[in-house]
Every structure is written in structure tokens, then in C-alpha cells.
Ligand binder design. Structure first.
Ligand SMILES: Cc1ncc(COP(=O)(O)O)c(C=O)c1O
Length: 403
């Protein structure tokens, strides 16, 4: 069976994790701090906080911005449920908008139509690692500054406009107009979950890039406390001589990254551009050249003059098929011993969200993209031979279903 996206676990990873284990320090410590600095250097943002997931990072920032009941947060209908769940956790209302037909990303003109005086945050998602239209989005929040009514949260008052919180779960290493994801808007959050391009088993990072007069270093320090029980000293600081006493300065959360995860991250980030991205681009190019000769396939967009994907997913679409036909094709591909997936089951169609009154059919492009989409395997160790097997399985299965 060709798997969908197994993590890359090689000797180098094992050695570094063992080194972390033997160092005697396994929770947040020197490796996490070093990984944070590497991310900041790589992305060109201002400060980075590593956590145990992207989901935690998204929620922490919504709460830092004081998002609460009565507020609205705009996000694409076509995303993973984590993007929406964190809005619900804060008591606010997710306002889903439809996406683009070409690149699966949130449509800026649909965002503009959804902005109201209750909008506090926009959460774009770089679907599959392809960056959204950040110049347009950054301009949009300035254009609608007058509509923004800050609460008494000091961060809302200081920003004085809608915050853009990018769900960059997929887009570590993606480029937009010469800049790297993480530095494209106010705050971006990466995922280092097991299936991601850069995995730390579980993990995530908040890339802070807030404009002046925000002090990103101060916010970083404050968020270290917020994400560790509200404790004013972390475990490492407390081990210093005579430094045992601590205080709890807020009712914080517990979502810090461990040094075991950071040990993996440090290996991965070192080889990310010259190895991981090169290999993923090769896989994408190979799929593209094998599939492009068949007119039934709609190939994903990975590169435009201003954008380069992180090549996280290969979201193939098949022209003029129904959802039922897509599902039948997937079944047949599995029968050929190839694992595929669908990204995503759109959030408004999930039971919890349906029960809140959302209807997937209100998001026509989202539904159309979803109903014809099959994500092909993409992972570092996928061989050229396996790529051909995948493509043959897809072609055979499509031909068997569409007679
Ligand atoms: C678009 C998107 N956002 C957020 C997440 C959540 O990431 P994590 O599992 O690191 O919390 C995922 C995970 O797959 C995702 O695909």
C-alpha cells in the first residue's frame, strides 16, 4: 500500500531526539528556544512562540485580541474544522465565506462583503501551502478601519482595525512577493503535526509580525506566560539557583512545546529549503507532467509570478464529476493499494456546524471544489516509481467510474 503522508523519520531525527532525551531536559528548554529563533530567521517575522499545536496558537491569539461573544470572525468555508472550532471556543461567531475556484483560497471580495461592525478578526487559510492574497487583504483591513469598533481589550484599541490571523498550518516555507510565510501579515500560525511538511510529531508556532507600536518581543514574553499556566517563570528558569519561587499572574493555558519535539524541528528546518521543498516540488512536477496529458484533470496551482507554494498537498480535481462519482473513484484507488484523501470535508457541512444553522450549499465554489477533489500522496520518501503507480491507479479508477 502506498501511504498518504508518513513522517520522515531517519537516523538524523532519531539521533537528535535521543540527544535531547539524554540531555536531561525534555520539556520546554534550550531546544525549543533555539527552534523559535531558527523559525524567526527563516520566516523574517519579528518573534516566534512554539506550542504543542497550531490549534492552540490560533486560540491563544484570538483570546489575546479579546475575541468574545458578540464578535464575528471571518474564515473560509473550505478549511479544517480547527480554524472554526477556536472561534467557537471564544464564544464568537464564525462567518464563513466562499473560496476561489482556481486556488482553493479564501476570496478577498467575499471577505469584503462579510465585514461588519462586529468583525474582529479575519482568518485566511493558505490551502495546501499556497499563500492567500495578502496585499489585498492587508489593504482591506485598512480600508475598513472606520467600521472597526474596539472593545476595551488594549490590543484591539492599539491596533484600531481588524486583525489578520493567518492559518498557515500548511504553508511553512511558502513565498509571496519575495517574502516568506510568517511575515506576510499581522500574525501567522504554523502546524508541525505529523502529516505536515515540517513535523515535530505534534506542534505549532505563532509567528508574530505585528506592526508598530506593538512590541512583539514583549508580546512573545507575555504569551510564554499565557501558554504555561500563567506562571511567571518557566520550568528551566525555576531550576536556577535560588529561583524556585514563582507566581501565577493569570489563569493561563498549558500548550507549550517540548524539547523532544523541538529536537525534530531543528533537524527539519536545517534541511527544509535544500531538501524537503526540493523533493516536494519534484513530486508535484512529476504528477503535473504525468496528469496534464489527460484533459479530464484540473491540476492544482503551485506557482504564479508572485506566489510559490510549500507543496504541502496535491489537491487534484476531476472535471464534471459528482460527489458520488468522486467517492467511487477514491474507493477504486484504495483498491489499487494507493492511499488518498479529501481536503477538506468543508466545515459548514459538519454535524456540529449544521446544527448551528450553517449550510454547505450556501458556499457554491467550496462545494464544487470539495466534490471533485482527491488529494494524492505526497511525502519525502515517495519514489518516482510510486508516483507512476499512483497516477496509473487514478487514471484506471477514473476510467472505471466515468464510462
Ligand atoms: C488548515 C488547518 N488549520 C489548522 C490545523 C490544526 O493544526 P494542529 O493539528 O497543529 O492543531 C490543521 C491541521 O491539519 C489544518 O489543516
Amino acid at each position: 500500500m502506498i501511504p498518504f503522508s508518513p513522517p520522515r523519520i531517519d537516523d538524523k531525527i532519531c539521533e537528535e531526539v535521543v540527544a535531547a532525551l539524554k540531555s536531561g531536559w525534555i520539556t520546554t528548554g534550550p531546544r525549543t528556544k533555539a527552534f523559535e529563533k531558527k523559525i524567526t530567521g527563516y520566516c523574517g517575522n519579528k518573534n516566534t512562540l512554539c506550542l504543542n499545536s497550531a490549534t492552540a496558537g490560533l486560540e491563544v491569539i484570538l483570546r489575546w485580541f479579546g475575541v468574545e461573544e458578540g464578535d464575528e470572525v471571518i474564515l473560509p468555508a473550505y478549511t479544517y474544522s480547527a480554524t472554526a472550532n477556536v472561534i467557537i471556543h471564544c464564544g464568537a461567531k464564525p462567518v464563513f465565506v466562499d473560496v476561489n475556484a482556481d486556488d482553493f483560497n479564501i476570496s478577498v471580495s467575499n471577505i469584503e462583503k462579510a465585514i461588519t461592525s462586529k468583525t474582529k478578526v479575519i482568518m485566511p487559510v493558505d490551502f495546501g501551502g499556497f499563500p492567500c492574497d495578502y496585499d489585498e487583504m492587508n489593504a482591506l483591513v485598512l480600508k475598513h478601519k472606520d467600521k472597526f469598533i474596539p472593545s476595551n481589550n488594549p490590543n484591539q484599541q492599539l491596533l484600531g482595525r481588524i486583525l489578520i490571523l493567518s492559518d498557515s498550518a500548511h504553508s511553512f516555507g511558502a513565498r509571496y512577493k519575495g517574502k516568506v510565510a510568517g511575515s506576510l501579515t499581522d500574525v501567522s500560525v504554523f502546524s508541525f503535526h505529523a502529516v505536515k511538511n515540517l513535523s515535530t510529531a505534534e506542534g505549532g508556532a505563532i509567528a508574530l509580525n505585528l506592526p508598530a507600536p506593538f512590541n512583539n518581543e514583549e508580546i512573545y514574553k507575555q504569551l510564554c506566560i499565557t501558554t504555561l499556566h500563567g506562571q511567571n517563570k518557566d520550568a528551566l528558569a525555576k531550576t536556577q539557583k535560588g529561583n524556585w519561587r514563582y507566581d501565577i499572574v493569570e489563569a493561563g493555558y498549558k500548550c507549550n512545546m517540548t524539547d523532544l519535539s523541538a529536537a525534530i524541528g531543528l533537524v527539519e528546518i536545517e534541511r527544509y529549503d535544500n531538501d524537503t521543498l526540493v523533493k516536494r516540488k519534484h513530486i508535484v512536477d512529476s504528477y503535473n507532467s504525468l496528469l496534464s496529458i489527460h484533459t479530464i484533470f484540473e491540476l492544482p496551482v503551485f506557482e504564479t509570478p508572485s506566489k510559490t507554494s510549500s507543496f504541502h498537498l496535491y489537491p487534484l480535481r476531476i472535471k464534471n464529476i459528482t460527489e458520488e462519482q468522486r467517492d467511487a473513484i477514491i474507493q477504486k484507488i484504495f483498491d489499487e493499494d494507493v492511499s488518498v484523501n479529501v481536503h477538506f470535508l468543508p466545515v459548514p457541512g459538519m454535524t456540529y456546524y449544521k446544527n448551528l444553522g450553517y449550510n454547505l450549499m450556501d458556499y457554491k465554489t467550496t462545494y464544487d471544489n470539495y466534490s471533485r477533489e482527491i488529494s494524492l500522496p505526497i511525502f519525502h520518501d515517495l519514489t518516482d516509481e510510486q508516483i507512476k503507480t499512483v497516477v496509473n491507479a487514478v487514471i484506471k479508477s477514473v476510467n472505471a467510474v466515468i464510462k
